[in-house]
Design a protein around this ligand. Structure first.
Ligand code: ATP
Length: 291
């Protein structure tokens, strides 16, 4: 095998809570992660020049060791003394710096792809252990599907499959760095923590209504304050029939949950004319498994 093509799925957070700051400066989180059917395409081709060469459709992304796909390939190449190189083609559909873990998912796809291309025989768990060296969300992006993420996001518990629904995902025309948001997060007695266990109950009960009722993201307070468009976008989605709408990750992407595909399409149509979003999509959930 000389070539492998992979899908790198975006994630949303049905719930995102921050419990505190750890001694090493990382934040302790409790998050409900869910893969969605919006993905980057990652191609890996063996080469004989021994180098890792990255190409991408987005001219502003780095193609050197700063790209997470490069880091993932370099990590396995070094550990296993792989002499061949690899040409990585990255076709981005997931918005960048959006709260959808696009970069982490690309890195996870490269770990899975290199494992097969170079017959490394690593288990999913072993790939996840390597993934955390690249980023806290990478182990989840290797696992995919519905999961509870704890610790810095690397301690994962697989959850039951989330019931089917349609999501409208809207990215306003601003980019937000994760560090900016965490640096400004204030946790005190006024903090409104989301009901993470309640979301898990909703998943176990197979009820999209219970899940939608309990959506919550503790980081919204920071990002929405800085970018009021996030609040406007949530309000528009609810007006258009979303059961509920919240920000994903550190934002600025907002998603709305719909129990009706036509309403979701109508909402997307309105968003595209509204000026509230730069890009928006209607997508279903993705439950992992397919390359
Ligand atoms: P998260 O939800 O994990 O916070 P995000 O959606 O906010 O992720 P990404 O799109 O994953 O953010 O990446 C943001 C930054 O990482 C960008 O500034 C970009 O330059 C850098 N980066 C490195 N590799 C990639 C990649 N493969 N795709 C996207 N961004 C990348």
């Amino acid at each position: 095998m000389n070539y492998i093509g992979l899908k790198a799925y975006a994630k949303i957070n049905l719930g995102l809570d921050v419990l505190g700051t750890l001694d090493n400066g990382y934040h302790e989180v409790r998050m409900i992660m869910q893969s969605v059917d919006l993905y980057d395409k990652v191609g890996l081709r063996k080469n004989t020049d021994g180098r890792i060469n990255v190409s991408t459709n987005l001219p502003f992304l780095p193609v050197n060791k700063d790209n997470l796909v490069y880091k993932a390939a370099a990590l396995l190449k070094e550990e296993f003394g792989i002499k061949d190189g690899v040409d990585i083609s990255l076709y981005k559909f997931i918005p960048v710096a959006a709260g959808l873990a696009g970069g982490s998912s690309d890195a996870a796809a490269v770990l899975r792809g290199m494992n097969r291309l170079f017959r490394l025989r690593l288990s999913v768990e072993e790939l996840m252990e390597r993934g955390v060296k690249i980023g806290a969300d990478v182990p989840y992006c290797v696992m995919r599907g519905t999961a509870l993420a704890e610790g810095i996001g690397e301690r994962l518990t697989r959850l039951k499959r989330c019931p089917a629904c349609k999501l409208v995902i809207g990215k306003p025309a601003v980019s937000v760095s994760t560090k900016y948001v965490y640096d400004r997060l204030i946790l005190d007695e006024n903090t409104k923590h989301p009901d993470i266990d309640g979301i898990i109950d909703g998943i176990n009960n197979g009820s999209i209504y219970e899940i939608a009722d309990r959506l919550g993201n503790v980081l919204e307070s920071v990002t929405e304050n800085a970018y009021p468009v996030i609040g406007e976008l949530k309000a528009e989605m609810k007006k258009m029939g979303a059961l509920n709408a919240i920000m994903s990750g550190s934002g600025p992407t907002v998603f709305g949950i719909f129990d009706d595909a036509e309403k979701a399409e109508a909402c997307n149509g309105v968003l595209k004319k509204s000026g509230l979003t730069k890009t928006s999509y209607v997508v279903g959930l993705a439950n992992g498994g397919t390359e």
